[in-house]
Design a protein around this ligand. Structure first.
Ligand SMILES: Nc1ncnc2c1ncn2[C@@H]1O[C@H](COP(=O)(O)OP(=O)(O)O)[C@@H](O)[C@H]1O
Ligand SMILES: O=P(O)(O)OC[C@H]1O[C@](O)(COP(=O)(O)O)[C@@H](O)[C@@H]1O
Length: 311
């Protein structure tokens, strides 16, 4: 079972325009709404891969109810704690002519004091040693930045593997707790090291330096440049696959979801990478925050190119 934790889910509202004119009136061609937020997308991908997942976190108000309904339609097991206030709505603007994708993410409502402990109890009462917990995405403003670190330490104590996908201070503290895997994108990696990281050598060296925290897999995603995967004994680079991009939202979550699935099935790293890159490519070929389907993923897997490098 892969338990995903989304403290700050979002109803993703994707707006398709011909051309986005900043500072002008824009007429919308098409709108769609998807249950989103990083952990929820990870569960959506695992479900498409026919894996077992439980999506947890906080949901509130009408937007929260719409996300619940979608999760049920997708037959995703969920255990969200109901909170006050509406779950946020994140706007995704697609300029279809210029192929420019703009995300406008709300901060999310503050949480009442007692709900974090409720969620912690829910997660740790459900988790078993063979399970995996995925902590993904931003956190509401009044939640301590050490929250994922605290839960990673707790999971480590009971021998449960964790995956962390976060940014800024939340990622920094989480890294120090020693999760099993992290998946920063290149910007998140730069923020973590507080400097520009440009060449492949710099990316690999930065990722390798994180092994000292006990992290077993460091996956650095680089958008259309592909991804780099660093472990104690391997450094693998996977090229991105050229495709007709409909929406880049959920690409990173697809990588996380596919790798979580691969780890839970004890696949070797190369197989996991193949699945992850195919999954991300399938997702970006779909509108809005729709994850790639199993059929789309299977069709793309043969196109994934992985090479081993030494830096
Ligand atoms: N424009 C693109 N063209 C082809 N593949 C892409 C593109 N953007 C993302 N991908 C694929 O999705 C993966 C994750 O994307 P990335 O944008 O780095 O994640 P995140 O959403 O976390 O920022 C990449 O490694 C790549 O395989
Ligand atoms: O929690 P954050 O960092 O604000 O991100 C939330 C947004 O990221 C997404 O999970 C997509 O993430 P990725 O494109 O990185 O896979 C959206 O569904 C959601 O609106």
């Amino acid at each position: 079972m892969i338990i995903t934790v989304t403290l700050n889910p979002a109803l993703d509202k994707t707006i398709l325009l011909d051309i986005l004119k900043v500072g002008s009136v824009n007429r919308v061609c098409q709108v769609r709404e998807d249950a989103g937020g990083k952990g929820i997308n990870v569960s959506k991908m695992i479900r498409n891969l026919k894996g077992e997942t439980l999506a947890t976190g906080f949901l509130g108000g009408q937007t929260g109810a719409r996300i619940r309904t979608q999760l049920e339609q997708m037959e995703i097991q969920h255990g969200f704690i109901e909170v006050e206030g509406n779950t946020r709505t994140n706007i995704k603007v697609v300029d279809t002519k210029n192929k420019i994708y703009t995300d406008i993410n709300e901060p999310g409502a503050a949480l009442a004091e007692n709900v974090l402990i409720k969620l912690e109890n829910l997660i740790f009462s459900r988790v078993k040693e063979e399970d995996l917990i995925v902590f993904s995405g931003s956190i509401p403003q009044n939640v301590p930045k050490s929250i994922y670190a605290k839960w990673i330490i707790k999971a480590n104590r009971i021998g449960v593997k964790t995956i962390l996908d976060a940014d800024g201070e939340v990622l920094r503290k989480g890294v120090q707790a020693g999760p099993y895997m992290i998946k920063p994108n290149i910007y998140e990696l730069e923020m973590l090291f507080d400097r520009k990281i440009e060449t492949m050598k710099e990316i690999v060296e930065a990722a390798q330096s994180l092994l000292e925290y006990g992290i077993k897999i460091i996956a650095v995603s680089m958008g259309e440049q592909g991804s780099v995967f660093v472990t104690q004994d391997k450094t693998l680079v996977a090229e991105a696959i050229k495709t007709d991009v409909k929406s880049t939202v959920g690409a990173g979550d697809s990588v996380v979801g596919a790798l979580a699935y691969a780890i839970s099935k004890k696949m070797d790293l190369e197989e996991g990478i193949e699945l992850a890159i195919a999954a991300a490519t399938a997702t970006i070929g779909n509108e809005g925050t729709e994850m790639g389907t199993l059929e789309q993923i299977k069709n793309l897997m043969k196109q994934v190119k992985i090479k081993s490098i030494r830096c």
